[in-house]
Design a protein around this ligand. Structure first.
Ligand code: PLP
Length: 278
């Protein structure tokens, strides 16, 4: 694949922030985001929203950070270091979503924001209180440049069960109606398909992305990685469809390089870039 340009040594790289949860197993969440940022040559900044007690088998517990600590991380980084794009991942509660959305609006900056509305882990363990779904719709989606739900998240947020192309379009429209500039309906869990058909919608046009499906038991962190790579491409000034296409290619290569870890699901692997450079 063609990578994004790397900054020359000594030159300040572009900065991308993740506002998300920590995965103690190192496969998803902030840890996945930071690996992708590093491997793509941008400087990653972090606002930790929650800490999960997690391994390859599941999420045992999580702890939410105080609201002022979460929003403080965003404010001090944006004021001093400056970021060219950001993404959200696990935000855990309605209170955190409200505080993050308020802070983001308060910045008054035109920074592209990718919202990955993380609701549960691949093991089915909750990463968002069910009572927070309404805040996802009313607070988080309206500030998003792009939302990137998987099919389970689409069902929870819109009530639409995506089973084919027609329902995927309905879902894209329903998501877009909640306020983001762009909605991506990831089809990776449409098991009937040989490809991984994702559908992007901006309220006018549909864009389809059909990378090959990589069937691996080790896809922990795939959603985070797609959103992080897409945000990175947005930081480079890519238009949204090109940024999504880049994110898709990146996560596909990370899936090809995924490895077993522990007794459950291993992580996608952005470090493939170390051995296969452009
Ligand atoms: N843990 C954290 C902190 C996450 O942010 C996410 C996903 O965004 C997950 C776990 C779940 O990742 P997966 O669905 O790939 O297991």
């Amino acid at each position: 694949m063609t990578f994004l340009p790397l900054p020359p040594p000594g030159q300040t790289p572009l900065r991308v922030m993740t506002i998300a949860g920590s995965d103690s197993g190192g496969g998803a969440g902030i840890q996945a985001d930071m690996r992708t940022f590093a491997m793509l040559g941008v400087h990653g900044c972090v606002a930790v929203a929650a800490v999960t007690v997690q391994n390859s088998v599941g999420v045992k517990a999580f702890h939410e950070l105080p609201l002022d600590i979460i929003t403080g991380q965003i404010q001090v980084v944006v004021e001093d270091i400056g970021v060219q794009a950001a993404k959200t991942g696990m935000l855990a509660s309605a209170e955190i979503i409200g505080a993050v959305a308020d802070t983001w609006r308060g910045l008054g900056a035109d920074i592209p924001l990718v919202v990955d509305p993380v609701c549960a882990s691949m093991h089915g363990d909750p990463l968002l209180h069910p009572s927070a779904l309404d805040s996802v719709r009313t607070e988080l989606f309206p500030i998003a440049t792009l939302v990137t739900p998987n099919l389970d998240e689409v069902r929870l947020i819109t009530g639409i069960d995506v089973v084919d192309e027609a329902t995927q379009r309905d879902a894209a429209k329903a998501l877009h109606a909640l306020g983001p500039a762009w909605a991506l309906v990831k089809g990776g869990h449409l098991r009937s398909s040989e490809r991984s058909p994702d559908l992007l919608y901006d309220g006018t046009d549909f864009y389809e992305f059909g990378e090959a499906r990589i069937d691996t038991g080790h896809d922990h962190g795939a959603g985070d990685t797609l959103a992080a790579a897409t945000a990175t491409a947005l930081a480079h000034g890519y238009p949204v469809p090109d940024a999504v296409a880049f994110g898709k290619r990146w996560v596909t290569e990370c899936l090809r390089a995924a490895y077993p870890l522990g007794h459950g699901h291993g992580p996608v692997n952005p470090l493939f870039r170390l051995s296969r450079d452009a």
